[in-house]
Design a protein around this ligand. Structure first.
Ligand SMILES: [Zn+2]
Length: 314
């Protein structure tokens, strides 16, 4: 089991001036991209499904969260209230997959997802989801359920711990939650052998179904960057009975999309409402394509890791 940050390829990253400059540069380019859409220079698609990717809903200081996997509770409520007020149609991952398959995509469709399985989902996110009658999908890294902390987010840094099985059941009893697999050990699956991949996909699904009941049909790739969901892995997911899989590549999903390479919109502590609205409008979708181009041009094309992959950055 990948029990240490070293074993699963996670490197701490502090927030430097360079980090902020990169964020502001992305903001500026995205604002220009948004303006081009408003004045009609770039065509914007309305019939698309935006899948939001949250992690921990807690008030972690930004300087402790360079991965941007925490979203303050107040900000999370602002996002959900905005979506509800603007008439967004909420759906589960399975409904989204069915609609994409049948080319029945409504306007302003959105799926709220949470990765990893933080305890804050129960105490902080659920009251908001209940208040606004919003269904959600949680992708659980099964081997961490009940553990004292995730290796990439020690509780001492302010992140909440993994949920327990009892808390997962309580979560499901309080609101409409679909549970999907985020693999067992949260390792980059593309780097594993076929037999290890089989074990991750099969055991995580069976464990969730045995402990929680129901069937598990949705999956989210650990890390989820461009190189982490090759065709062979997608085929294996189909073989194991999954019906859809989410990446962490920024973007939207339109009718006919590859259901095993679904795009998401990463959300974190720096997504104040104006930036959240731009992300919903697709203004930031370009950023991962550019990151990928730069990565491919780089003489050293490294494997993804939590600090470099798009899984927790925006
Ligand atoms: Zn994850």
């Amino acid at each position: 089991m990948a029990g240490t940050s070293k074993a699963i390829g996670i490197k701490p990253r502090s927030i430097s001036l360079r980090y902020w400059l990169a964020l502001w540069a992305i903001d500026l380019c995205s604002l220009i991209r948004f303006a081009a859409g408003v004045i009609g220079w770039i065509r914007t698609e309305r019939r698309e499904i935006r899948i939001l990717a949250y992690h921990d809903v807690s008030d972690v200081a930004p300087r402790k969260d360079a991965l941007r996997i925490s979203t303050p509770v107040d900000l999370f409520e602002q996002h959900i209230r905005y979506l509800r007020r603007k008439g967004y149609r909420f759906m589960s991952m399975v409904e989204a997959a069915n609609r994409l398959r049948r080319s029945e995509v409504p306007d302003k469709a959105v799926v709220v997802t949470f990765d990893d399985g933080y305890q804050s989902l129960l105490n902080a996110a659920t009251p908001v989801l209940v208040r606004y009658s919003v269904p959600a999908t949680i992708f659980v890294a099964v081997d961490f359920i009940g553990k004292p902390e995730f290796p990439w987010s020690p509780e001492s840094a302010g992140f909440t711990r993994p949920l327990t099985w009892e808390e997962l059941s309580e979560l499901m009893s309080k609101t409409t939650i679909e549970v999907g697999s985020h693999a067992a050990t949260h390792r980059p699956l593309h780097a594993l052998s076929r037999s290890e991949q089989e074990a991750e996909l099969g055991s995580s699904r069976r464990t969730l179904e045995d402990r929680l009941g129901g069937s598990v049909r949705a999956f989210a790739y650990p890390f989820g960057g461009w190189d982490t969901f090759p065709d062979g892995l997608q085929s294996l997911l189909r073989t194991h009975g999954y019906e859809a899989a989410c990446t962490n590549v920024m973007g939207a999903n339109t009718a006919g999309a590859n259901l095993f390479a679904l795009r998401r919109v990463r959300v974190g502590w720096n997504d104040r409402l104006w930036r959240f609205r731009l992300k919903l409008a697709g203004a930031y979708d370009w950023s991962d394509r550019v990151r990928r181009m730069l990565s491919l041009l780089s003489p050293v094309h490294t494997k993804p890791e939590h600090s470099k992959s798009s899984s927790c950055t925006s």
